[in-house]
Every structure is written in structure tokens, then in C-alpha cells.
Design a protein around this ligand. Structure first.
Ligand code: PRX
Length: 637
């Protein structure tokens, strides 16, 4: 018997599901949603218009996602393992947390938060390493209806403060420190710095992970363990009845303007879509171990470490460390040790492991692996082949999953072992997803063997609902370029069989090691450095990271330092303002930037120079001063 009634199990059933979703999307998703636990049913499955935009799935229904992640599994699966934790230090014992244990801990933490006055609708910022308490914190927020905003542990105090202030978060959950490979990150002290600029935060809960001495501020900072001790084991926290359209979380992501935006997902639709896509794309079978290597600070971790797997009653593996520490066998050791069945990772990790040599993977049989997955950036054919041959030993299908923070779940992907795979192609849309390619004039490009901008013409349950505090921005960013359609910001091509290949961003957003970074954000950070007059940032192809960051900088400060020293000072500024992930790979000092008469930087030219493709720069006649191009070209790095 299929454990999930909505699980696709043949090419025919994929085609049938796709057809049904096309004929009547509301009926299709309504049938799927009935397999979840609701406190009250919906009035309408779907109300929408993409003009405002307004998207409502299952409106009027009441639910709590944690009932679906936890309570629902207790009757038959209480002792099944919900989370496996593998620590940064391979010598540290791993932890196996059953559904019953996870349920108990989430209930206690939810009560801890309630006791400190946190209630439905309050925002809670979570800034932690990849330890089980992070998943518990996320679920405890959802249990009481507080809106979580998880911030990746690599962001700087200033980035954290901006996000806390934007959401007006009332509480923060953090750790004293986090282990990451050979490094230790002092999370609590970063939070202390951030909170100097944040007036909304009333309480901070601190997990002791690294035994790092930290300063604890009276009546603001509380140790997680001490707080939990106040709540007896076995305590029950009533799950907050949430409207399907109430926000579940905010997740900040970069766009083409300087300020990251808070993508908002709702409770009902997100739950249905994260679970549906998890169960189908990976063809999850009950009892299997699913290892998603992302950090919960990104959408991949939200949907495919926490919510999707737990709603499906799966065993989800959380890894605290990095793939290359203490050596490049780390992933493979984990796969063997925990008999991992599904490994879901990013091309950047695959490329870096590939570059370190086959010997690290070859000594592992990896027999338990059944499905491999890739996410976050285009996977080049060489990396795909290596993943397939060396990791999957030629027998595991690879799902190349295209999606975004805004889409909440996987949108275009092959279905493991069921729909055909094609290296470097995300292939076909999931049921309920209607992609189109459009040209610059907004006309839909019909037929196959074509390319254009990728849009989605109809809502799916995990559609972005708004950008926190600024609905107009959501409309402008996603729903205005092609009225009536959701614009992804990606370019794509469609082959003769209708398979999609994502070619990359068509806006000013970079994808560096699978992380989204806005060029304007990096420019703003560089411009904060003393003596920098102006800068322009573009991406260029990078063997390991997919894209590298190339910065052109006009510096007019005092030149008593060497250029190398100046570069390293600018890097420190970027790290301090955004975090290490936004560090430029190359900084070229220039006298001027190529600008049009109206003062617009011609990035096309800068991109070509950064890509070392400066032989044909196209039309430069509209430039204010064409001679700057030659001098930039001569100084190119
Ligand atoms: O450009 C696409 C790329 O990552 C962007 C979304 O980034 P983010 O919101 O951080 O979410 C990443 C994880 C879902 C997309 O606009 N992208 C994501 N997956 C793929 C991809 N590009 C090519 N192939 C993919 N499989």
C-alpha cells in the first residue's frame, strides 16, 4: 500500500496528476489537502488574482502545522526517528530523536516562549547553528503561532539587526556559539552587537552549544536549558489554531535592490506544497533516511529538513558541519553511518568535493543511497556526471530541483526514477505548476526549442504571499514585469521534449555557491568603506562557486596603503556589513565606471570584462566617456 495517497508512482500517474491539476487546480489541491490534519475545513480552496497580488489557499480553514509534523504521527509512529543529528566533530556521538521526543521538546519550548509573553503573530528571530534545538525552536514558534524568521548563522550583526528591525521581532533564539568545520562562530556576541540597534526585542533564549563564555543581560537573556527545566517533561502546549492564510514564517532573501526582503509564507498552502513536493520528487518511502545538506537558514532547510519531511513522518538528518572538514569524506561517512537513502545537496558542494579527488568517495560503498538531489544553482554536466558515477555509483537517479525562496517548494524537477532525467536540466514542472517562457515584450513564447524569461502563470499552494511590511514591493518585484504572471527572475530554455533548463538570473542577483546575493547589497557595503567613491559589482563564472563576485571600485582615499592592503580592508568592511558570503573574489581599482549620459552604469560591459570576454563589447557609443572602458580592460584581473 502506498503510504501517501497522493504519491505519484509511475509515468502514467505523473501525466494523469498533471492533467488533473491543469483541468481544475482547485479540485486537484483540495483532494491532496484532505490528507492533512485540519481543525476546521476551508470555504474555498483557492481565491486569487495576480494583479494585487492576492493569493488565498484553503482560506477559512484552521490548522496548526506542528500537529501535522508531530501529533499526527504519535499514534502509530511515536518511536520512529524524526531527526538524526550528526555533529560537526565526527567523534561526538550522534543523536536520534524520535517523534515522541521531538513532540515533547517542542511542547516544552512552546510553553517556555508563552511564559515569556510571546504569542500568536509575534515575530521571533532564530539565529543558530545546525543543531536539533534549531528545528525545535522553529516548530515551537509554529506551535504558538509566532512567526519565525530564521537568519543564516553566516550573516553579520548588522544584517541580523536589519532583519530583526524589519520584522520588529519580539524575541531571539540563539546559541552561545556554533561549530563550523575548524571554526567557531560566536553567535551570542553577534546578537549582542545586533541588539544594540534593535528596540523591539524583549527576550533572548540561548542554547549552550560550545560552552563559550557569554554575557547574559538580566531580564532579557535566558538559558534555554534553565527555561526548559521550568516546564516538566510531558507538558502539553495547545496548538494555536491558525487560519490557513496566517503567516507561518518570514525568510529574508536578496533581490536586485539593496535591501533584502522578507518573503512571507502562509500556514496551510505551504504545508501542503512542501509535503507534496517532498514525497513526490524524492519518492520518499516510510522508514527511509533523508539527508538534506542545506542550512535551515535557507528555504531548502525549511522545506526539506523541517516541514516537508516531518509532515510526511520521515527521518530527517541534520548535519552541523561542512562537507570538507575534517576531510572531504564527511558526507560519505555520514551516508554510510546513518544508512542515508536520499542525499539532497548543492552543485557547489559537489564541485568542491569533486575537485578534492575521487579517493575520498571511492572507499565508501554508499549502498543505502537510492536518490540524489541537487538544488540552488545550475548543475554543470561534469558535476552531474561525477555525482551520478562516483556517489550514485551509476544506479541512483538525480533530481535537479529548480525553485526559489519565494516558491516555498520545488517547482520544476524530474521525479526520482519516474520521469526522465537529463543532465543540467530541471526537466518538467510538478503537477499544479504552469511555467511559461516570455520575451522582453511580455509575449508568451510557444513551442519547443525556445528560450526566454521564466514565469509561472497560476498560483500554487506555496506561492509567496507578500514581502513583510511592504506589499507593494512584492507586487513590483514579482507581479509587475509580466502582469498576471509571477516572474521568477530566471532565464530558461525549453528543449524539444518540453524539458526546462534554467540558465541563470536575468536580474542583478548573483548566485554564489548557491547563495543569492544582490549586486546592490554588495555595492552598498563596499561604498561604506572610507575613501570609496563608487563601486559596481557583477558576477563572473567561477569553477567552484558557480559565480564569483567581481567588484570595480573607485577609491579616492589616501593612498598610503598598498592595493592589497586596501583590498583586504574593503573585504573586512563587506564581511562586517553583510557577512563572509558576500565577500568579493576580485576587486579592481578603476578611475571611472562606464556610464550612459543619463548616469546609468552599463553593467553589460563590466560583466563582459569580468568574464574575460572583452573582445566584443557591443555598442559603447552611448557612453559618456568611452575611454574608461579601455583603461578598465587593461587593468582587468
Ligand atoms: O536562479 C535560481 C537558482 O536559485 C535561485 C533561487 O535562490 P534561493 O531563493 O536562494 O533558493 C535556492 C534554493 C531553492 C533561482 O532563482 N536555482 C535554484 N535551484 C536551481 C537554480 N538554478 C538552476 N537549477 C536549479 N536546480
Amino acid at each position: 500500500m502506498k503510504h501517501y495517497p497522493y504519491q505519484i508512482d509511475s509515468l502514467e500517474s505523473y501525466k494523469e496528476a498533471y492533467k488533473q491539476s491543469l483541468d481544475n487546480p482547485a479540485a486537484f489541491w483540495g483532494d491532496i489537502a484532505r490528507n492533512f490534519s485540519w481543525m476546521h475545513s476551508w470555504k474555498n480552496v483557492l481565491d486569487w488574482n495576480f494583479e494585487e497580488p492576492s493569493v488565498k489557499w484553503f482560506d477559512g480553514a484552521k490548522l496548526n502545522i506542528t500537529v501535522n509534523c508531530l501529533d499526527r504521527h504519535l499514534e502509530e509512529h511515536a518511536s520512529d526517528i524524526a531527526l538524526i543529528f550528526d555533529a560537526n566533530d565526527p567523534e561526538e556521538a550522534s543523536r536520534h530523536i524520535s517523534y515522541q521526543e521531538l513532540y515533547d521538546e517542542v511542547n516544552r519550548m512552546a510553553l517556555v516562549m508563552k511564559a515569556r509573553g510571546i504569542k500568536k503573530g509575534d515575530r521571533v528571530c532564530i539565529y543558530m547553528g545546525m543543531i536539533p534545538e534549531l528545528a525545535i525552536a522553529v516548530l515551537a514558534c509554529a506551535r504558538i503561532g509566532a512567526i519565525h524568521s530564521v537568519i543564516f548563522g553566516g550573516f553579520s550583526a548588522r544584517s541580523v539587526a536589519d532583519r530583526i528591525n524589519d520584522a520588529q521581532a519580539k524575541a531571539v533564539i540563539t546559541c552561545d556559539g556554533a561549530y563550523r568545520g575548524a571554526k567557531q562562530i560566536e553567535l551570542k556576541s553577534i546578537i549582542d552587537d545586533a541588539l544594540e540597534q534593535c528596540l523591539s526585542v524583549q527576550s533572548v533564549f540561548v542554547v549552550n552549544r560550545t560552552n563559550t563564555p557569554v554575557s547574559m543581560i538580566k531580564d532579557r537573556d535566558y538559558w534555554w536549558d534553565e527555561e526548559m527545566l521550568n516546564i516538566p517533561l510531558g507538558s502539553f502546549c495547545e496548538p494555536e489554531p491558525m487560519n490557513a492564510e496566517d503567516p507561518l514564517f518570514i525568510l529574508y532573501t536578496s533581490g536586485s535592490t539593496g535591501k533584502p526582503k522578507g518573503v512571507v509564507h502562509s500556514c496551510g498552502g505551504y504545508m501542503v506544497y512542501a509535503t507534496y513536493s517532498f514525497v513526490n520528487v524524492f519518492q520518499y518511502q516510510l522508514g527511509e533516511v533523508h539527508f538534506c545538506t542545506a542550512d535551515i537558514g535557507w528555504i531548502t532547510g525549511h522545506s526539506y529538513i523541517v516541514y516537508g519531511p516531518l509532515c510526511a513522518g520521515a527521518t530527517s538528518l541534520m548535519f552541523e558541519g561542512i562537507p570538507t572538514w575534517p576531510n572531504a569524506s564527511r558526507f560519505w561517512e555520514i551516508c554510510e553511518k546513518h544508512r542515508v537513502n536520499i542525499l539532497y545537496t548543492a552543485p557547489t558542494a559537489i564541485r568542491s568535493l569533486m575537485g578534492l579527488g575521487d579517493e575520498f568517495v571511492e572507499s565508501f560503498s554508499l549502498q543505502s543511497l537510492r536518490v540524489l538531489g541537487s538544488v540552488g544553482e545550475p548543475i554543470n554536466e561534469e558535476a552531474w556526471q561525477w555525482f551520478h558515477d562516483k556517489v550514485g555509483k551509476g544506479r541512483c537517479p538525480i533530481v535537479d530541483t529548480w525553485w526559489q525562496t519565494e516558491t516555498g517548494g520545488i517547482m520544476i524537477s524530474n521525479i526520482a526514477g519516474i520521469t526522465p532525467q537529463k543532465p543540467a536540466f530541471a526537466t518538467l514542472p510538478l503537477p499544479g505548476i504552469f511555467p511559461e517562457l516570455v520575451n522582453e515584450n511580455g509575449n508568451v513564447i510557444e513551442g519547443n526549442e525556445v528560450s526566454g524569461n521564466l514565469v509561472i502563470s497560476h498560483p500554487w499552494p506555496a506561492t509567496i504571499r507578500t514581502t513583510w511590511g511592504d506589499h507593494e514591493r512584492c507586487k513590483q518585484t514579482y507581479f509587475s514585469a509580466y502582469p498576471g504572471k509571477y516572474f521568477t527572475g530566471d532565464g530558461a530554455l525549453r528543449d524539444k521534449d518540453g524539458n526546462y533548463r534554467i540558465t541563470g538570473r536575468v536580474d542583478d542577483v548573483l548566485n554564489v555557491s548557491g547563495h543569492r546575493i544582490g549586486t546592490a547589497e554588495v555595492e552598498n557595503a563596499i561604498n561604506m568603506h572610507q575613501g570609496v567613491v563608487e563601486s559596481a559589482v557583477v558576477g563572473y563564472p567561477h569553477d567552484l562557486k558557480g559565480q564569483g563576485i567581481y567588484a570595480y571600485v573607485i577609491y579616492q582615499g589616501k593612498h598610503n596603503e598598498s592595493q592589497d592592503q586596501l583590498r583586504s580592508d574593503i573585504l573586512s568592511t563587506v564581511i562586517r556589513i553583510i557577512g563572509p558570503i558576500a565577500k568579493p573574489d576580485k576587486i579592481q581599482f578603476v578611475q571611472g565606471l562606464p556610464k550612459t549620459r543619463s548616469g546609468k552604469i552599463m553593467r553589460r560591459i563590466l560583466r563582459k570584462i569580468a568574464e574575460r570576454d572583452a573582445s566584443n563589447l557591443g555598442d559603447t557609443s552611448t557612453l559618456l566617456d568611452p575611454s574608461v572602458v579601455d583603461s578598465i580592460r587593461q587593468g582587468a584581473l
